[in-house]
Design a protein around this ligand. Structure first.
Ligand code: HEC
Length: 136
């Protein structure tokens, strides 16, 4: 790898303050396909959000589907064919952000498999206190 690229990657990791975030391709795929809408850390200014942060999304998916296989199947189906009727997030989120646009064409089913597994395994992060983050 060229030094310039290496420095850029190192820079990203420092900015995120979490080197494990980029340790596997699930994190990289999420970053390039989903993170423009679903942030991984709460921003200072909540009004900049265009979608629920990923920890809120997964929290609600896990509250609805206690079984991992069902949770993953739900996410994969939702991302390709979202609808208000299918959504498990809070109704006020749907009202605020609108229904997610289908990611068909942005993500392949194979990529989505890696991404959703990574999301499920890493969120919400350990020690996450949902009550402190009522807005999600
Ligand atoms: C253009 C912005 C945008 C992109 C890109 C995007 N999402 Fe979303 N997503 C949203 C919004 C807005 C919501 C909340 C409304 C809803 O649930 O439809 C949402 C909700 C979700 C939900 C919760 C569904 C529910 O039950 O309500 C999941 C799971 C999800 N997104 C996964 C993903 C994944 C995985 C990717 C990347 C492949 C992705 N999203 C990319 C905007 C986006």
């Amino acid at each position: 790898m060229k030094l310039k690229n290496l420095l850029r990657v190192a820079g990203f990791m420092i900015v995120l303050g979490n080197t494990t975030l980029f340790a596997d391709s699930g994190a990289e795929l999420f970053e390039s396909k989903c993170a423009m809408c679903h942030v991984t850390k709460p921003p200072k200014d909540m009004s900049t959000l265009v979608a629920p942060p990923v920890f809120g999304v997964i929290r609600h998916v896990k509250m609805t589907y206690s079984n991992e296989a069902e949770a993953l199947a739900f996410m994969r189906s939702y991302v390709m064919e979202p609808s208000a009727a299918k959504a498990v997030c809070m109704p006020q989120k749907l009202k605020k952000f609108g229904v997610m646009p289908s990611q068909k064409g942005n993500v392949t089913p194979q990529e989505l498999e890696v991404i959703t597994k990574w999301m499920y395994d890493n969120f919400p992060p350990k020690g996450f206190k949902g009550k402190k983050h009522k807005m999600f």
